[in-house]
Design a protein around this ligand. Structure first.
Ligand code: SF4
Length: 429
C-alpha cells in the first residue's frame, strides 16, 4: 500500500490489472486509496495468484472450509479447497478448530495457489484449555504465527469494545451474537473485565500484519443472525467503529476490508450496504450473506445468493459463499461445490452491471445467446458456470431432434428460424 501511495507498483500488481482488464495506473491509485485491496502475503512466490477486491475489479468469491471439534478429516478439507478452486473460488478461508490446526492450514496453503485467509482467534481459543483463560498475548501470538505461514488475509474482530457490548445488552436482540469470533471475544472480555486486546492494541496488531503484507478483514461480530435482529443500533455501532479502524489501517499502510451484514430482509439490503460503504469510506465490502430469509435450511446457498446479488448492485465486492449445510452441519465436498456455484452466479450477475467489468462480462452472456440461437450445445456447456452439470442435465433426457427435450420438434428457436428463412449462424460479438 505504501508503494502504491508513492505512485509506483510491483510487477505482480500490473499483472493483476491485466487480468482484471483495467489500467495498471488506475489499480495503483485504487490500492493507494484503500478502495481496492490485493491479497498477497509477501512470502508468496511467483506461482501465486494474487486477487484484487473492490472498485472496478471483478466480484470475488471466498469459500470457507476447515475442521471442527466434532469432525476432523484433513484430506477432506484439502479436497474441499481443491473443489472450491476448481469451480471458481478466488480465496479460501481455513476456519479449522479441530485437530492439528497448524498442519491443516499449511496443507491447505500448499494445495492451492490462491489467497488463504484465517480467523486467528479460533486457534488461540482452541489452544487455551479454557477460552477465557487466554491472555492478551495469545490474541497476537497466533496472528504472528499464521502470518509467517503466508496467510494472506485475516478476520479480526477488532470492532468489539465495551461501548458495543453495552449497546448489545440493551438491544433486545433475539439471537444476540452469532459470530464465533465475536462471541469468543465478548466472552473473554466479560469474564476478564478487560477491553478487547485487538481494539486496545490495534496499532501493535497492524505492525504484525504489516510485516508480511497481510490484509485485515475487519470482522462483523454484531451481524444480525436472523431477520428479527436486522438493522438494529448494535449493527450500526459496529459499522462506525469499523470505519474508524479502516482509517487507522490506511494511515499505517495496512490493507483493510470490512465484513457484513448478516441476515437482512430484501428491503434493508440497500441501506445496509450503502451505510457500510459510506462509514468505511468505500473500503471493499466482504459480504456475509445477506441471508434474506431464516427458513431456507438446506437451501441457504440460494437465500444467500439472492441477497448477494442485490447487495452487489449497491457495492458489495467479495462474496463469502454459503453452502446448503449452513446452520445445520459442517459442509461436505459436494456442499462446497454447490456453495461456490451459487456465489458464482451472484458474482457474475453483479459483474454484468459493475463499472469496469460490465463490458467483458456481457460478452460471455452474448456468446451464450449466440450458442443458444445456433443450438450449439457444446459451446453452451463450455460457457456454463458448471459445464459438467449442464451436460449431465441435457444428456439425461436427450431430444430426438437437434434441440432439447423441453419442446422437442416444436423447438421455438428452430421454428422461428425456419419461418424467417434464417439459416445463417450468428458468431460475432
Ligand atoms: S426445445 Fe425449447 S427449450 Fe429447448 S432449445 Fe428449443 S426452444 Fe429452447
Amino acid at each position: 500500500m505504501e508503494q502504491t501511495k508513492r505512485n509506483s507498483s510491483p510487477e505482480w500488481l500490473k499483472k493483476v490489472a491485466q487480468n482484471e482488464g483495467i489500467d495498471p495506473d488506475l489499480i495503483t491509485k485504487l490500492v493507494a486509496k484503500g478502495e481496492v485491496v490485493v491479497f498477497r502475503n509477501n512470502l508468496r512466490n511467483n506461482d501465486f495468484e494474487p486477487k484484487a477486491i473492490g472498485k472496478m475489479v471483478s466480484t470475488k468469491i471466498n469459500a470457507n472450509i476447515g475442521t471442527s471439534a466434532d469432525y476432523v478429516n484433513v484430506e477432506e478439507e484439502v479436497e474441499k479447497a481443491l473443489t472450491a478452486r476448481k469451480y471458481g473460488a478466488d480465496a479460501i478461508m481455513d476456519l479449522s478448530t479441530g485437530g492439528d490446526i497448524d498442519d491443516i492450514r499449511r496443507k491447505i496453503i500448499k494445495s492451492v495457489n490462491i489467497p488463504v485467509g484465517t480467523v486467528p482467534i479460533y486457534q488461540a481459543a482452541r489452544e487455551a484449555k479454557v477460552v477465557v483463560d487466554m491472555d492478551a498475548d495469545d490474541f497476537f501470538r497466533v496472528v504472528d504465527k499464521q502470518a509467517k505461514d503466508a496467510v494472506d488475509f485475516m478476520t479480526i474482530h477488532a470492532g468489539v469494545n465495551w461501548t458495543s457490548i453495552e449497546r448489545l445488552k440493551r438491544s433486545g436482540r433475539l439471537l444476540g451474537v452469532v459470530s464465533r469470533g465475536g462471541a469468543i471475544t465478548i466472552g473473554w472480555m466479560l469474564h476478564n473485565e478487560m477491553e478487547n486486546p485487538y481494539y486496545e492494541n490495534f496499532d501493535y496488531l497492524l505492525e504484525l500484519l504489516k510485516e508480511f503484507d497481510v490484509a485485515i478483514s475487519l470482522g462483523d461480530a454484531f451481524r444480525p443472525g436472523c431477520i428479527h435482529d436486522a438493522g438494529d443500533r448494535v449493527k450500526f455501532t459496529e459499522f462506525i467503529l469499523l470505519g474508524e479502524l479502516v482509517e487507522r489501517c490506511r494511515e499505517e499502510g495496512v490493507q483493510s476490508i470490512v465484513e457484513g451484514p448478516g441476515h437482512v430482509p430484501l428491503n434493508e439490503i440497500e441501506t445496509a450496504v450503502r451505510a457500510m460503504k459510506s462509514l468505511t469510506r468505500d473500503a471493499p465490502l466482504y459480504l456475509l450473506g445477506p441471508i434474506v430469509t431464516d427458513i431456507a435450511s438446506g437451501y441457504d446457498h440460494i437465500a444467500s445468493a439472492i441477497g448477494a446479488a442485490i447487495a452487489g448492485m449497491y457495492g458489495a465486492d467479495f462474496l463469502c459463499y454459503v453452502t446448503p449445510s449452513e446452520h445445520l452441519a459442517l459442509p461436505t465436498v459436494e456442499d462446497v461445490r454447490e456453495g461456490v456455484i451459487a456465489s458464482k452466479i451472484a458474482a457474475h450477475a453483479i459483474d454484468l452491471i459493475k463499472e469496469g467489468q460490465s463490458n467483458r462480462t456481457e460478452e460471455k452472456d452474448f456468446l451464450m445467446s449466440v450458442a443458444r440461437k445456433n443450438l450449439d450445445w457444446e459451446t453452451q456447456f463450455k460457457l456454463s458456470i458448471d459445464p459438467d452439470k449442464a451436460r449431465k442435465v441435457w444428456e439425461r433426457r436427450k431430444s430426438k431432434s437437434e434441440s432439447c427435450s423441453i419442446c422437442g420438434d416444436l423447438c421455438a428457436i428452430k421454428l422461428v428460424k425456419e419461418a424467417f428463412g434464417d439459416e445463417s449462424e450468428t458468431t460475432c460479438f
